[in-house]
Design a protein around this ligand. Structure first.
Ligand SMILES: NC(=O)c1ccc[n+]([C@@H]2O[C@H](COP(=O)([O-])OP(=O)(O)OC[C@H]3O[C@@H](n4cnc5c(N)ncnc54)[C@H](OP(=O)(O)O)[C@@H]3O)[C@@H](O)[C@H]2O)c1
Length: 350
């Protein structure tokens, strides 16, 4: 496959507004030893792209500091965590059979080897990502998805949103027959939670804004609740004995209001803070009811292998809200921030 020397890429030059992301003619990177060059056929957007651009993650002891999710970003940085594409070049030491295969990229850097390693870095944040025509990744992060019935656009929806959702379900030990509440249910992670929780046999109560409720129900939610109408009171009346788990990407005051919606010994799994990151928690409401409050970041290597299996079998079909060309990245990020859509926004190169 002919690979040019230059490519279009969208890279961050600093933390800031939309202008901090610039479209440039960048050199096509060369894969180092143990890496592969992937032609990016589709790359999905995630809320983390906005927070990374803005530097909205704070730092320990300084919640207002401008920072990426793991600390300072090494600018300039090509954004984009979620890549589906084809391996077009191999670094030294890589199995030659990888050349030409269709791959889904695990965007995580891990803190150690092994199935249960923790993610401590992300494509598009700690190394250059997929808002480009080509990206280099470690060969063992490029997973073979030959034969998947999913399109490239659908595949690209999976890594961050469905990986994070799977991480929440696994860490929260959600089982068939349980009842779960999902917040932010119309978004990337939220809709993935709805689909994956329903697919494993859980009853799903989803919280979303009014205009998106029917789409969330269509994705598999058994009950839908308008987030503008005291959702925790409604969850309490829908699940009279309490829900087994809350899968939460919104946080904020919802945690303090919603904790009594859990059954005795229930699990509250939090992976996002769209509704606010500082809370005033009466800790007695936690320990007197044996509640587990659990932070969840992305996925483990074992979770990602499960995700690849899901992709190969077409076990869930991600909901694609809209596609864009890379040259339209600013419009795509503006649409992501406006949140009028349901599901994933994807950059498509082919
Ligand atoms: N921990 C991790 O590894 C990880 C990974 C991925 C994402 N995240 C975080 O998870 C969160 C969701 O990410 P995403 O990519 O799914 O975002 P997204 O696609 O933008 O979806 C978020 C959804 O949350 C709802 N929402 C937004 N603001 C809200 C508010 N103030 N109160 C209640 N609901 C609100 C919106 O739905 P409605 O309009 O229907 O209410 C929106 O569709 C973000 O905080 C993101 O940074 C964390």
């Amino acid at each position: 496959m002919a690979v040019p020397n230059k490519m279009l890429a969208a890279r961050l030059t600093a933390h800031g507004g939309p202008g901090a992301l610039e479209l440039v003619d960048a050199p096509v990177p060369s894969p180092a030893a143990g890496e592969v060059l992937v032609r990016v056929d589709a790359a999905a957007l995630n809320n983390t792209d906005l927070w990374t651009r803005e530097g909205a993650y704070g730092l320990p002891g300084d919640p207002h500091a401008r920072s990426g999710w793991r600390g300072p970003i090494d600018f300039p940085r090509i954004q984009g965590a979620d890549v589906a594409g084809v391996v077009v070049r191999l670094g030294s030491g890589v199995d030659s059979r990888m050349h030409g295969i269709r791959v889904l990229v695990d965007p995580a850097n891990y803190d150690q080897d092994g199935d249960d390693a923790n993610p401590v870095g992300l494509l598009g944040s700690e190394r250059n990502g997929g808002y480009a025509r080509y990206v280099t990744v470690h060969a063992d992060r490029a997973h073979n998805v030959e034969g998947s019935p999913l399109s490239n656009t659908e595949l690209a929806c999976l890594p961050t949103a469905y990986g994070t959702a799977l991480g929440m379900l696994e860490r929260g030990r959600v089982q068939a027959g349980e009842t779960v509440a999902v917040t932010g249910a119309s978004g990337g992670v939220g809709l993935a939670l709805v689909q994956l929780a329903a697919a494993r046999g859980a009853t799903v109560i989803a919280v979303s804004s009014a205009g998106k409720l029917s789409a969330v129900r269509h994705a598999g939610a058994h009950e839908v609740i308008d987030r503008a109408t005291d959702p925790w009171q409604q969850i309490g009346s829908t699940a009279a004995d309490g829900v087994d788990a809350v899968l939460d990407v919104v946080a904020g005051t919802g945690i303090t209001t919603g904790l009594p919606s859990l059954r005795e010994g229930g699990r509250w799994v939090v992976a996002g803070a769209l509704g606010g990151y500082q809370i005033d928690l009466d800790i007695r409401r936690l320990y007197l009811h044996n509640i587990v409050l659990l932070g969840s970041s992305m996925h483990t290597p074992a979770h990602f292998r499960t995700l690849v299996d899901i992709a190969k079998r077409g076990y869930v079909r991600p909901v694609v809200a809209a596609t864009y060309e890379l040259a339209d990245i600013h419009r795509a990020q503006a649409d992501l921030a406006a949140r009028k859509h349901v599901g994933k926004l994807v950059l498509v190169n082919d």
